[in-house]
Design a protein around this ligand. Structure first.
Ligand code: HEM
Length: 150
């Protein structure tokens, strides 16, 4: 409803731009924000047409290839695909992260996003175990460690 589909690109006109406001399966999408599927993105894998996904956001970095301090090659290796892991592995600076904004063209479609593991830290589990033991509650070490590894 109220949805336009152009060249595999889905856009509509309600909601806000924050991640939390985006729901669902591609039928409910955000005002002004374009959603691209992995299939849409994959074809932009050439030096004259280079898109990347970083943290579920899609960037057209064609004009940035020659400027990249880390070289063109590493970007082209990730072209048309999800570069989140390699981007993070390098430990890019805040400046690098801010630069991303100027190449932003849209978001990865909800259906194509990886499900993130819940982040339960080992320290939090150990503190929880300690509290339970100190207060005489039943010890649930297996539960705590299971929640860490799940
Ligand atoms: C559009 C996304 C990217 C932007 C805006 C970007 C930006 C930058 C910037 C500004 C630097 C200089 C160091 C810093 O400030 O952190 C840098 C270095 C570097 N980047 Fe990227 N980068 C991007 C994507 C990637 C990806 C996907 C890789 C994949 C491997 C990568 C690999 C590197 C490497 C190897 C260096 C060199 C570090 C060095 O020689 O010290 N970058 N990048």
């Amino acid at each position: 409803m109220g949805e336009e589909i152009n060249d595999n690109l889905i856009t509509t006109g309600s909601g806000t731009a924050s991640d939390s406001s985006i729901e669902g399966n591609g039928d409910e999408v955000d005002g002004g924000v374009k959603y691209y599927t992995l299939e849409d993105i994959r074809v932009h894998n050439m030096s004259n047409d280079t898109w990347l996904i970083i943290h579920n956001k899609v960037y057209d970095i064609t004009g940035f290839l020659e400027e990249h301090p880390g070289g063109e090659e590493v970007l082209l290796e990730q072209a048309g695909a999800d570069a989140t892991e390699s981007f993070e592995d390098v430990g890019h600076s805040t400046d690098a992260r801010e630069m991303l904004q100027q190449y932003f063209i849209g978001e990865l479609h909800m259906d194509d996003r990886k499900k993130e593991k819940p982040k339960v830290s080992l320290i939090a589990c150990l503190i929880n175990v300690g509290i339970r033991q100190n207060f005489g509650l039943s010890c649930s070490i297996p539960f705590n460690f299971a929640s860490f590894w799940l």
